[in-house]
Ligand binder design. Structure first.
Ligand code: MN
Length: 292
């Protein structure tokens, strides 16, 4: 046994219409590699006319990684990006010095009865020297991500580098995110396959690590030097992510991440005073919490 492992349970958070399961940040572990925030959204089934509808809001100092298992999100942002993200695709919006975006169900889904939305919203902190970079949006469709089968496992590298394969998604520090499905009970050998800190999120099914079971809604946080392999039960789907930790502490406020508390204050002021870039032809505005 080693005492550096942590098992984190999803905690419900109300983000407006949606209840999400928050996995990071966690009081005993603020980050895993550069990953600072993980929300599990759904699975939720919505009646006709009800849909995902997140109005304009800002970010700084991070990249948002959108990875869906079911349903679609129509992403618009102030760089001009206009992209529908579907299951298995990856959307990666780098906020840098400041970006604004909306996330809505595409029109055809708004007209669908029993729309199911299920996915992960993940924040990756930028390294200090890139915190003020120009904002950008990158999108890679599922079919362009490296995927293969080995030892009863279907593996796809969503972001970064793992198992000697590189996702085409441009990222800003050494990291990885991998989607794994077990066709059969399998041993997932991790040693030397990824670099840095490691977390596993079980989407469905079960994994067993040193006799300990980790199930849906739970996250196992490990360390690469300790983790050799885990047993993955048949039919299990899990996400594995992490990477090299950033040397400085990161501070979070609302949708902002920074290595500087003063920079967070500036971002708050900028949003209140409408100094962020805007999405063309969108007048929606989510106020800073507590500011109205
Ligand atoms: Mn956002």
């Amino acid at each position: 046994m080693n005492n550096e492992k942590l098992i984190v349970e999803e905690r419900s958070r109300d983000i407006g219409k949606f209840l999400v399961g928050r996995l990071l940040p966690f009081r005993k572990k603020r980050q895993v590699g550069p990953f600072t925030f993980t929300d599990h959204m759904g699975p939720i089934t919505l009646p006709k006319g009800d849909a995902l509808n997140v109005d304009q809001h800002p970010h700084i100092g991070l990249s948002t990684l959108t990875y869906l298992l079911e349903g679609h999100i129509h992403h618009h942002d102030s760089t001009g990006a206009d992209q529908v993200i579907g299951p298995g695709d990856v959307g990666f919006m780098t906020a840098g010095k400041g970006v604004t975006h909306t996330e809505r169900s595409p029109q055809w889904e708004k007209e669908t009865d029993n729309l199911t939305v299920h996915g992960y919203q993940i924040w990756v902190a930028l390294p200090k020297e890139k915190e003020e970079m120009e904002p950008r949006f990158d999108y890679i469709p599922s079919g362009d991500l490296p995927s293969w089968s080995q030892d009863g496992l279907n593996i796809k590298v969503v972001a970064g580098e793992a198992f000697g394969k590189q996702s085409p998604l441009p990222v800003h520090s050494p990291l990885f995110m991998v989607d794994i499905t077990a066709e059969d009970v399998s041993e997932l050998k991790i040693k030397d396959q990824v670099k840095g800190e490691i977390a596993f999120v079980v989407v469905n099914g079960k994994v067993i690590d040193e006799g300990q079971e980790i199930g849906p809604g739970q996250m196992l946080i490990s360390k690469s030097e300790n983790e050799c392999s885990i047993t993955v039960e048949k039919g299990t789907r899990l996400l594995m992510f992490g990477g090299e930790p950033l040397p400085e502490e990161r501070f979070l406020y609302w949708n902002f991440v920074s290595s500087s508390k003063e920079r967070l204050e500036q971002a708050k002021e900028d949003w209140i005073n409408h100094r962020f870039p805007k999405i063309p032809e969108d007048d929606t505005y989510i106020p800073l919490p507590g500011s109205n």
